[in-house]
Design a protein around this ligand. Structure first.
Ligand code: HEM
Length: 162
């Protein structure tokens, strides 16, 4: 039985919410990069990044609390009406561990990128001496988040759709 809104067996509302957020964050990120690279609208780029980080942080905290309240990911996966085979469960577990590598490093990298940008960039934000490092940190953050999203969606697929 599904308690999520995407209709997959065994999933929960918060799991579906975070999966949806992981998909929606990609176009929002592309819009922010377009703003900074093509339109050179640095203030809107900063605002979009701060809102994205805030929304993601709140969603992830709510998600973690919800998963714990449901007894952890194994209990959620085990509530499927059509249980996973031992082999499928092992693959899902490995995908989850890979996902955790990116899911844990992303907020650390994002936090560093944002904290340094806020501290070192002029107000309103504009190209400056910090630009070089910010661009490197910014692109690494983007790649990390995209990998978090891709591996998170792969785990969701393997645990609840396959
Ligand atoms: C985690 C959050 C952020 C990410 C992932 C991010 C990402 C990026 C990336 C990838 C670029 C380089 C685009 C290019 O290749 O031309 C960039 C440029 C820029 N960002 Fe961010 N950014 C973030 C937060 C911020 C914040 C908080 C500020 C302002 C305080 C800011 C201000 C700027 C500015 C001014 C540039 C232009 C630098 C230049 O062209 O010299 N960014 N950002």
């Amino acid at each position: 039985m599904s308690h999520g809104f995407l209709g997959y067996d065994g999933s929960t509302f918060m799991l579906d919410f975070v999966v949806t957020a992981l998909v929606l964050i990609i176009p929002a990120l592309l819009a922010s990069l377009y703003l900074v690279k093509v339109r050179r609208n640095y203030t809107v780029h900063r605002n979009v990044q701060l809102v994205l980080a805030g929304v993601l942080l709140l969603a992830v905290i709510a998600f973690e609390v919800d998963i714990r309240a449901h007894g952890g990911w194994r209990a959620i996966v085990d509530s499927r009406q059509s249980p996973l085979s031992a082999e499928q469960l092992e693959t899902a577990k490995q995908t989850l561990y890979l996902h955790l590598v990116f899911a844990i490093s992303t907020p650390l990298l994002w936090g560093t990128t944002i904290a340094l940008a806020l501290r070192r960039m002029p107000k309103p934000p504009a190209p400056c001496e910090h630009s070089r490092l910010h661009k490197t940190l910014g692109w690494l953050s983007v790649i990390d988040l995209v990998l978090t999203s891709a591996t998170g969606l792969l785990f969701y697929y393997r645990a609840f759709i396959a």
